[in-house]
Design a protein around this ligand. Structure first.
Ligand code: UDX
Length: 441
């Protein structure tokens, strides 16, 4: 099937390549010429494991093209909207200008029976508004939220946990005939993963839009819950990692997303819970989501606590102290530094007077662009040279596997701060280090 994908960022580029790998003829559109150039050449414009291979494979078959001109979508039967919905500057609301611009630009190319598929994360009510805008074209809107995780985006796109289709419904809540026809077309697009047994939940527009923000709010809540327990452990003397293991054995709770540390960051969780609160306020049900404000606060407090821990280890002052921060990205296997806890802590330490050197396997370029005040060093052994404190901010495998004895030869002070609770305290202490972490004795 001929498909278009509007927006070739972390979501759209992977979606385009994945759909091409399923045998569809895909054109990806983005306004950023450099990004399109890279994609045309079969290069991923950002770090995402598996994407380069997918681009080369799909590109070689001729079924995957990229362009900056929206007119190239002509002839496609299904159009995926994959643009970003960042947080508005100075507000909690999401900025919908890219979604609106994408849909408006598609209108001249839509024919009756075509399907526009919204994948971007939007405040509930957006799909209803966009569907009304599309009505005169005879095209149908389906809301099909995307749940991919960065670092596992290819796997999550080709083998998702579930599909959600939000269809247009009549007054009784039953899908309209146009909605049923659109569903059939989307089933054809996803025929391979559907035949593999991927569950499909068919809903109305409102539910489909809410599913995405509800899922991200739940994940954020789980992380902040365990980080709140870490706060308790710090005062009461407990160990939050053991606590997480112990409660995680209860299948109703589960161990996933109970890793205490510097908390959540990235381009989704922080802005999605804020946009959700803003939308609830507009709908007059802000009380229902007041708890998310606390989830956000707990998350922010972890960063401050880490700075305090570092100050303690430095003897009360950062003056003349050198701190090596391992990790700049918001999580491993990504080059994304949006709202990165590691980078935020590095910045806070620098502003508090420390000399901070940041290292990261993939994120230095992006980090330098947003935090040019920090010093960067690609080589980890160089980054820790003469450091008074080594702080692990992002749990890249290469940092988890560092040899404390080898590192001891390069640093000035044998102090390690584990911001992700992934290092083995016994091993580090045996090598002469003082080991401190969030939520542990
Ligand atoms: C998230 C959702 O998981 C995904 O379904 C949605 O589509 C987009 O948002 P992503 O932003 O890629 O995906 O990252 P995720 O793996 O969820 O991690 C988010 C943040 O939480 C990271 O900063 C990570 O370090 C942190 N985290 C995660 C914890 O602090 N503890 C945990 O136990 C898990």
């Amino acid at each position: 099937m001929r498909i278009s994908v509007i927006g070739c960022g972390y979501l759209g580029a992977v979606h385009a390549a994945a759909m091409a790998s399923l045998g569809h003829e895909v054109v990806g559109i983005d306004v950023d010429e450099r990004k399109v150039e890279a994609l045309r050449a079969g290069r991923a414009p950002f770090f995402e494991p598996g994407l380069p291979e997918l681009l080369l494979e799909a590109g070689a078959g001729g079924g995957l093209t990229f362009g900056t001109d929206i007119a190239e979508v002509a002839g496609a039967r299904v159009h995926f909207v994959c643009v970003g919905t960042p947080q508005m500057a100075g507000e909690f609301r999401a900025d919908l200008s890219y979604v609106d611009a994408s849909v408006t630009s598609l209108v001249p190319y839509l024919r009756p029976g075509d399907v526009v598929v919204g994948k971007s994360t939007v405040p509930v009510g957006t799909a209803e508004r966009l569907a009304a805008q599309l009505a005169p074209t005879g095209a149908t809107l389906v809301w099909n939220p995307e749940f991919l995780r960065e670092g596992f985006a290819v796997e999550d796109t080709l083998h998702p946990d579930r599909f959600v289709y939000g269809l247009p419904t009549d007054a009784e809540g039953v899908a309209t005939p146009a909605g049923e026809a659109a569903k059939a077309l989307l089933d054809e697009v996803y025929a391979t993963p559907l035949s593999d047994g991927t569950p499909l939940v068919v809903t109305d527009y409102a539910t489909a839009q809410l599913v995405k923000v509800a899922a991200n709010s739940f994940l954020a809540t789980k992380i902040s819950f365990i980080n709140a327990m870490a706060e308790l452990c710090e005062t009461a003397g407990g160990d939050v990692t053991q606590l997480a293991d112990a409660i995680g054995y209860d299948a109703r709770i589960g161990r996933k997303f109970l890793n205490a540390g510097l908390g959540f960051g990235g381009g989704c969780l922080p802005k999605d819970i804020r946009a959700f609160m803003a939308r609830a306020g507009e709908l007059g049900v802000d009380q229902a989501l007041t708890f998310l404000r606390e989830i956000d606060s707990i998350n922010g407090r972890r960063r401050e606590r880490m700075v305090e821990l570092a100050r303690e280890v430095c003897g009360g002052s950062f003056v003349g102290k050198r701190i090596a921060v391992l990790g700049a990205t918001f999580k491993p296997n990504s080059d994304d530094v949006r709202d990165s806890p590691a980078l935020a802590v590095a910045d806070m330490l620098e502003k508090a007077g420390a000399h901070v050197v940041v290292t990261d396997p993939q994120g230095i370029e992006n980090a330098r662009a947003v935090r040019p005040n920090l010093e960067y060093e690609a080589d980890v052994l160089e980054a820790v040279r003469d450091a008074d404190v080594v702080l692990l901010g992002t749990e890249w495998t290469q940092y988890r596997e560092l040899d404390p004895a080898q590192l001891a030869g390069a640093v000035r002070g044998l102090h390690v701060l584990d911001g992700r609770n992934v290092l083995d305290p016994v091993r580090w202490r045996e090598a002469g280090w003082t080991y401190r972490a969030l939520g542990r004795p």
